[in-house]
Design a protein around this ligand. Structure first.
Ligand SMILES: [Zn+2]
Ligand SMILES: [Zn+2]
Length: 324
């Protein structure tokens, strides 16, 4: 949490459907672009090179959005940790906790959007599960919540059986549409349109609201459903939104594949008077330039369609931190 006690969010995995790694070809392309931009400059110290990199190169050249699958931390400032989903980003998060806060004595509250593989596959590599003295509470609305986690943590998928995990692990079923008080947050799950269903979460702490809404398709002709999401996003400080597809894809070839677009995300946020829209669950085929272009297109669309209130548009990347 920020020093002044505000709610914060940290993104540990932002890729949709399957984790991806940057290829040698992409690394080479970034290096060539950087070297060409740096020609004629004297960048003979790490400090000068860092300043050049931060100030003069585009994000897609100097950085990467990253390739770990869904995992977002809601930083409340309390003793317990709060996460959304356990994609491969959870592996990086778990290692960070171990390195900075020690191996044991932690409590984690995890809110699961759904049980598709890309959202649970980080759990066997989430090191806190192997340390006694850790407490992990996994919340979700699916009847098969516990079965899915036990199933992936067993032969033939994984060598260590769930029963041998040292941490105390609990599964807690939630009902959509109800408010819960958990880890200092007021939390409300909402049913979303996705294969096998998914659930979004609206988190409220003091006067700040974060909505985590991934793996959700929105039918623009279903006005009742749209209105339900406008209420769910209402006045949010941040909406983390599945924008895996372009609007053209989401309404043609990839219709009914269970994901949404940047355009629908912007419309919902404008109707809900949300303050920030964060594009999330990036398409695995998209490279950094493509995601940066999607962000720029969305920002332009927001400028053109802006009413009396601006929606700030961001694209999530692995490691991004936002204070609300
Ligand atoms: Zn997914
Ligand atoms: Zn899914």
């Amino acid at each position: 949490m920020a020093p002044d006690g505000r709610l914060a969010v940290k993104f540990w995995g932002t890729r949709g459907s399957i984790p991806v790694a940057m290829t040698s070809t992409e690394v080479r392309r970034k290096l060539i672009a950087s070297l060409v931009r740096a020609s004629g400059r004297t960048l003979d110290t790490p400090e000068k090179a860092t300043v050049f990199l931060e100030r003069e190169l585009d994000f897609a050249v100097s950085h990467t959005f990253g390739g770990d699958s869904s995992c977002v931390e809601i930083v409340t400032g309390g003793k317990d940790y709060v996460l959304c989903d356990l994609g491969t980003g959870a592996r990086v998060f778990g290692n960070d906790v171990l390195a900075t806060r020690g191996a044991s004595g932690h409590t984690f509250h995890v809110f699961m959007s759904h049980l598709h593989w890309d959202h649970i596959m980080g759990f066997p590599f989430f090191m806190p599960v192997y340390a006694p003295g850790n407490h992990i509470r996994i919340y979700g609305c699916h009847a098969g919540l516990e079965t899915a986690f036990r199933g992936q943590h067993a032969a033939p998928f994984f060598p260590v059986d769930f029963a041998r995990l040292s941490a105390t692990i609990e599964f807690v079923r939630l009902e959509p549409g109800r408010d819960y008080e958990i880890a200092g947050l007021r939390v409300r799950p909402k049913l979303q349109r996705h294969g096998g269903d998914s659930y979004g979460y609206r988190f409220h702490m003091r006067d700040r609201v974060v909505v985590y809404s991934t793996d959700a398709e929105h039918k623009q002709d279903d006005l009742t459903e749209i209105q339900g999401f406008v209420e769910f996003f209402r006045d949010a400080d941040l909406v983390i939104f599945d924008s895996q597809y372009s609007l053209a894809e989401a309404t043609s070839v990839k219709e009914d594949w269970g994901h949404s677009s940047n355009v629908v995300g912007l419309e919902l946020c404008q109707m809900a008077r949300a303050r920030r829209l964060c594009l999330y669950h990036h398409e695995p085929v998209s490279n950094d330039e493509r995601i940066a272009a999607l962000l720029a297109e969305t920002q332009r669309l927001e400028e053109i369609t802006r009413g009396d209130r601006r929606v700030e548009i961001l694209a999530a990347y692995d490691g991004m931190e936002l204070t609300l």
